[in-house]
Design a binder for this molecule. Structure first.
Ligand code: NDP
Length: 459
């Protein structure tokens, strides 16, 4: 077998690894294994590349990899769960930037007059999409890391300006196809970077995770384009997998939020809603004590825990599990109802609860949990708000109208653990907080849960 064939075979193994990794990542039980399989595939692919005949600049390549490892490994190990979206953003962004640079290098290396137009088009596609993804992800990172305002940044004729830059890019692509000069390619890259920035500016901080998923998908497409340019099946398949899965995830997230992808990208959601100021002042709610709620929970038959973003902020996953275990030991039927966009990134609650070793069979997806909600004695809502807000079902004027919710409102009693009457991400009031069967336990979720644990133990 020739060396080339052997390398292609290893690449094929790597590709199979990537596909199996995706399969594994689709279930919490196998996600860790899936990750390992994917990483092994990547290690094989990188290893085999070093045996490519004619490979030059090995020192530079190893140096670049060392820098990547020195930054990436500590960053991944130290990142807080709540900061995960911005880390994904920045890692994705550098992927897009790398794809753009690969495309530019390929352009510099070719003799444009001898290259077929479709090859140049592939390269330009990589430059535009990779550049856009890099710049967009950098702004997304800055928003989520609070290096700049997380609110939508809007100005008059914003969409027109964006469309103009988009048209300029199209024009530059056509011009480069007709007259393939290096200067035009650099200008094209600059325009793609500008478009990346201005597209992300009007998107509100908390919508950014959806955008990141979309940019992720763009990076995949840019990598696939690099694959065509370099005649690399490995890059084509890996890029397409990232492109397709990013696209699917974007769609799933927008469906779970009851909004369309264009609405998320173009409606400057946070700005509109906050300006609307729909939070009702001066209404009364029933506040309770940990002791009273402990009695309610301990003597219930069925308790459904509905976790949300506040659980992540309070880092209360271990304490909530402790409470659930205590209740289960007393014979209470306890499970967790997981909304697909609870928290601030897909799978946020699954990851948090898995960290606390909550058994997977105790987690029920919203569609599985909802038919059981009317048989629950208590819905214990821990730091969730929008994802249980009945306005999504009943108020056609509400910005979240159409979003499916966990039907906490159908339980016999509803207990909210949150610090104040402040709204959740959507910035709107939640009628359920004022409901007849609702009580509030104000405070940081971890503190409150700790008090609940002691109160149940004392019974
Ligand atoms: P929400 O953002 O609606 O509400 C979270 C609640 O947690 C707040 O009302 C807040 O109230 C409370 N909270 C915050 N910190 C604490 C704390 N330390 N202890 C106790 N409570 C706390 O969360 P949900 O999970 O219900 O909904 C997620 C929202 O995010 C949805 O609107 C979704 O569309 C959106 N989103 C989700 C994405 C995803 O992929 N998961 C991506 C992008 C957006 P208080 O301040 O009073 O404590």
């Amino acid at each position: 077998m020739s060396r080339g064939t052997a390398i292609e075979l290893v690449y094929l193994l790597a590709i199979i690894g990537f596909i199996l990794a995706l399969k594994g990542l689709s279930s919490p039980r196998r996600a860790r294994l899936g990750n390992l399989v994917g990483a092994t595939g990547m290690a094989l692919a990188i290893g085999a590349t070093f045996f490519q005949p004619g490979l030059r600049h090995i020192g530079l390549i190893v140096g670049g990899m060392a820098v990547g490892v020195a930054i990436g490994v500590p960053a991944a190990r130290l990142v807080r769960m709540t900061a995960m979206p911005q880390m994904v953003a920045i890692f994705n962004g550098v992927g897009g930037g790398a794809a753009a640079l690969v495309s530019i290098t390929a352009f510099l290396a070719l003799d444009a007059s001898l290259t077929p137009t479709y090859k140049i088009l592939e390269i330009l596609f990589g430059v535009v999409v990779g550049g856009l993804s890099f710049a967009g992800s950098a702004v997304a990172f800055a928003k989520l890391q609070e290096l700049m305002t997380g609110r939508p940044v809007t100005y008059p004729a914003q969409q027109a300006v964006n469309a103009l830059v988009g048209a300029l890019i199209l024009g530059l692509v056509l011009a480069t196809l007709v007259n393939p000069t290096t200067v035009l390619v650099w200008v094209l890259l600059a325009a793609a970077l500008v478009l990346g920035v201005i597209i992300v500016l009007p998107i509100g901080g908390a919508d950014v995770p959806v955008l990141i998923s979309l940019l992720n998908s763009f990076t995949g497409l840019a990598v696939a384009a690099s694959g065509f340019t370099l005649d690399s099946n490995l890059l084509i398949v890996a890029g397409t997998l990232v492109g397709a899965s990013g696209m699917l995830l974007t769609r799933m997230m927008s469906v779970a939020m009851g909004r369309s992808v264009p609405n998320i990208l173009f409606s400057a959601f946070g700005a509109v809603v906050t300006a609307g100021g729909q939070v009702t002042e001066g209404r009364t709610v029933r506040a309770s004590t940990p002791e009273d709620v402990a009695v309610l929970l301990a003597y219930a038959r069925k308790v459904v825990i509905v976790p949300g973003y506040g659980l992540a902020v309070a880092q209360a996953q271990h304490t909530v599990r402790e409470l659930a275990d205590l209740l289960a030991a007393r014979g209470v039927d306890v499970f967790y109802a997981i909304h697909p966009v609870a928290g601030r990134m897909p799978g946020h609650m699954n990851v948090l609860l898995a960290e606390a070793n909550v058994p997977y069979e105790k987690l029920k997806e919203m569609d599985e949990a909802n038919p059981e909600m009317d048989t629950a004695d208590v819905a214990l809502v821990v730091g969730a708000n929008d994802t249980v807000n009945p306005a999504a079902l009943n108020s056609p004027d509400s910005p979240i109208y159409g979003m499916p919710i966990v039907r906490a409102d159908q339980a016999a009693n509803v207990v909210f653990l949150k610090r104040s009457m402040r709204p959740g991400f959507a910035g709107i009031d939640n009628e359920l907080l004022y409901g007849d069967k609702t009580v509030m336990l104000f405070g940081d979720a971890k503190d409150t849960l700790t008090k609940l644990v002691s109160a149940v133990e004392d019974l």
